[in-house]
Every structure is written in C-alpha cells, then in structure tokens.
Design a protein around this ligand. Structure first.
Ligand SMILES: NC(=O)c1ccc[n+]([C@@H]2O[C@H](COP(=O)([O-])OP(=O)(O)OC[C@H]3O[C@@H](n4cnc5c(N)ncnc54)[C@H](O)[C@@H]3O)[C@@H](O)[C@H]2O)c1
Length: 432
C-alpha cells in the first residue's frame, strides 16, 4: 500500500520543515525534502539533526527510509504534487516579513504545472493573492503552522485545529491537504487564503498581547503588593480568559512572536491602519527585558565590575533556539553597565557562543554561580529547579537571585538565605 502513495514535498527543512517531513513520514507518506543548505542536507542524510527538539531525532531515525533529502528542486517536482513551503520569513529592517525565500521557491515552480504550493511559512495576509497575481495558474493553499518549539512533534500530531485556506481553482489541492491532516483529528478550518494567513498572524499577536498584558499587571503588582502568580491563577480559572500565556516574566522572544507581531503591525500600517494595541505590546516587551537591570541595581548599586550569572539563554526551555531570546538584550544591557556576564544553558551554550562572544560560557549551573554577585534565571529549564541551591549559595559572592520566569520556589530560597526577587512578586509582608 505504502509504496503506492504519492510522495509529499517539503521545501526548507528547518524547525517546521523537518517536523513536517518527519511527522508525515510517521503517518506513512514517502517524503522528498529539499533545502538550499547543502551541508544541512548532507547531515540529515547521515541521520544527524542540528536542532534540539525533543523526540525529533528518534522519530527521524525510525522513518529515515521514507524520507529523501535533496538539494534538487527537479527531484522534488518529479516525485510530488503537493509542495509544503517551510522556508524562513525573517523580519526586514522595516519590520515587514522578508518574503525573498518564498519568492525564490515560487520562481522554481513551472508555469501551468500540476503542482500545488502549500504555504506553511508564516506570511502576511495578501501574500497568496500576490503570488497568484504573478502566477495565475499556480494552485495555492495556505496551511499555516502552529507548532511550538520544544513540543513540536506533539503539537503537529495532535493539532487544536488545522487551517486550510484556498481560493477558486485550488479546491482540489486543499482537499488533498485536508486528507493528509485528517488522521490527526484536529478540527479543520476550511477558509479562503487571506483569512487563513490572517488567522496565523492574529493568533500569535493575541498570545503576545496576553504576555505583555500579564507583564504589565506584574509591574503594577510590584507597586501595590499583590503577587502576579496569584492574580494569574485567579484570572486563568475564568474559561473566557484561560490560564495559558499568563506567566509573567522578562518578555517573549523566539523566532515567531517578535517577528509576527511586527509583521502584523507593518501589514496594518502598509494598508493604512494604525494598529495601536500592537505598538504597546511590542514596547512593553522591550521594556520588560530591561527591568531586570533596575532590580539588580536595587540590590547591588552600580553593576560596574559585578559578576552576573545568567541561568538559561535559549528563548524558552527544550530548545536551543536563540532567535530574539531575552538573554541577548539582557546580556548586552548588563555589559553596557560594565558588568561581567557569565552564562550557562543546558543546550544553547553552543549556538549562543557566536551571538554572545563577550559572555563567559560556564559548563554547569553551579560553575556559572561561583563567585557571582547575582544570578538571573532567564530560561525555566527543569534542572534549575532541581539545583541544590543551599550549597551553591556558599560559592556565590552574594546570594542575590532574580527569577525572571517566576519559576523557582521563593519561600524555599529565602529560607536558604537568598535575596529572592521574582517578577510581580513583592516580598511577603511576614518575610517568609
Ligand atoms: N519555528 C517555529 O516554531 C515556527 C512555528 C510556526 C511557524 N513558523 C514559521 O515557519 C517558517 C519556517 O520557520 P523555521 O523556524 O522552520 O525556519 P528555519 O530557519 O529553522 O528553517 C528554514 C529552512 O529553509 C531553508 N531555505 C531557505 N530558503 C530556501 C529555499 N529557497 N529553498 C529551500 N530551502 C530554503 C533554510 O536553509 C532553512 O533550513 C517561518 O515562516 C516561521 O515563521 C515557525
């Protein structure tokens, strides 16, 4: 049976493309996966993956016989009719999405062919229409991706919903995409291309808004004595609000939220609409990363020549992705104040090294904390909760701990002799 199935094409095998290729292979489909990065293709052929994503390496190995990695578009076109476009769409200086990689894929598709381009890359609303203006015969389906790094396989295999957008002339291709996703069981949202594109941007912008909102509540809590974790717990139980994305901290980062919020803001601006709310969401997020400096100064005075340990560098746990990580802004600001910065991340120290050349990389959390005047928890890796804090305290120059993710147990840490400062969690009045 399996040999009779038509192969699925995947163009761009980064986070989204590799997960898409591997998961469709797991569902039994032969895959031809293309990337312009010949080195990446070579290492994938050897079964080596260059990103840290839980379970992905194992699933890829289990399905390696179904996946062909190539640098040749001709090979993809010969074997497949559905091409999932998973290339990156980074921000330009103007804040718009850079669609040059998408356009280079489109340019390689022959006129009037049977192939359909299925857009998984996040693109501004209107991109599909503009591609079809240039290539009116191209079958085009928008199928935005909602996976989260760190739980990408789980998210792909158990989607909340699958959005499939198609306009006149591409319905058959959209049906084919729907049937690929049907076994996964998520609700299929069948719609037009422009709406599908907007669902993706609006979803990410909404989640980012939730984060900036709770961060502002946290900042008010610091003025008023309320504890934002209690406030979020009480708010989140209201099913109209929901508990997710209500964790106050030092701001969102990563490859998606910052760029997608900015792309939506620019898209609105380019169409003549001033999206006021998103301006505030972005500004709050930028300021939130910097508030740690004031917290450190409150405890240490000037930061010049102070040794500050950053625990975690990746933009979130279970990934080594450093794109737009809060640690980048934070370490630059600390160095700007004259501090010496030492850092440890369980998986991202390597990828972070070239982005943070002035930061000393430690081999463990305890090594990073040795002689530190203060520590900042930047990424909530589980190993930081398991650390023997009472014994590392002895090795620190002063036991000051800023918990940038409200991840650790403040009561326990204070009992162990730490000056513990979270985000939106003022010291309890009874000193516990
Ligand atoms: N990473 C996420 O969590 C996530 C989640 C949802 C949506 N997205 C969106 O999916 C898209 C891809 O994101 P990513 O994180 O996987 O990017 P990535 O940078 O990890 O991977 C992109 C891949 O595309 C390849 N590529 C670039 N141009 C190419 C071309 N012309 N032909 C073939 N390959 C090409 C690159 O070499 C790279 O391997 C983006 O639009 C992103 O916004 C990402």
């Amino acid at each position: 049976m399996e040999g009779e199935r038509e192969a699925v094409g995947v163009v761009g095998v980064g986070w989204v493309g590799l997960v898409t290729a591997t998961c469709f292979a797991e569902l039994g489909h032969p895959i031809v996966a293309l990337d312009v990065n010949a080195e990446k293709v070579e290492s994938l052929r050897r079964g080596e993956i260059t990103i840290h994503e839980p379970g992905l390496a194992e699933l890829l190995t289990a399905n390696s016989e179904r996946i062909t990695f190539t640098t040749s578009m001709d090979e993809v076109l010969a074997a497949t009719r559905l091409l999932f476009c998973c290339v990156d769409t980074p921000p330009t200086y103007s804040g718009d999405a850079d669609l040059s990689r998408v356009r280079s894929v489109v340019a390689q598709l022959p006129e009037g062919s049977e192939h359909a381009l299925v857009m998984k890359s996040t693109v501004p609303s209107g991109t599909g229409a503009s591609i079809r203006r240039d290539k009116p015969d191209l079958r085009y389906v928008s199928c935005p991706e909602f996976l989260k790094e760190g739980s990408a396989i789980q998210d792909f295999m158990h989607p909340d919903r699958v959005v499939v957008g198609a306009d006149a002339g591409s319905e058959d291709s959209a049906d084919a995409v729907e049937s690929l996703y049907e076994p996964l069981g998520g609700e299929i949202v069948r719609t037009d291309v422009a709406s599908a594109e907007m669902i993706k941007l609006a979803s990410n912008a909404f989640l980012a808004t939730k984060i900036s909102f709770i961060n502002e509540i946290a900042n008010v809590c610091e003025q008023t004595g309320a504890d934002v974790t209690e406030v979020a717990r009480g708010m989140g139980l209201d099913e109209r609000i929901g508990a997710s994305f209500l964790q106050a901290g030092i701001g969102y980062g990563g490859s998606c939220f910052p760029k997608d919020v900015s792309a939506l803001k620019q898209l609105a601006g380019n169409s003549g609409y001033h999206f006021q709310l998103l301006n505030a969401v972005i500004e709050v997020n930028e300021l939130q990363k910097r508030r740690v400096i004031a917290k450190l100064e409150k405890h240490l005075g000037s930061l010049a020549d102070k040794r500050i340990a950053l625990l975690g560098l990746a933009f979130k746990p279970d990934t080594d992705d450093m794109r737009e990580a809060s640690s980048l802004v934070l370490s630059a600001r600390l160095q700007g104040e004259g501090a010496e910065v030492v850092a440890y991340d369980p998986v991202a120290s390597g990828s972070a090294g070239s982005m943070l050349p002035e930061v000393e990389m430690a081999s463990s959390a305890s090594a990073a904390l040795e002689r530190a005047d203060a520590a900042v928890l930047v990424t909530e890796w589980p190993e930081f909760a398991e650390l023997d804090w009472a014994s590392v305290r002895e090795s620190m120059a002063s036991p000051i701990l800023i918990d940038g993710r409200n991840y650790l147990d403040g009561v326990e840490l204070r009992a162990a002799g730490f000056v513990y400062d979270g985000i939106g969690r003022p010291d309890p009045p009874d000193g516990t």
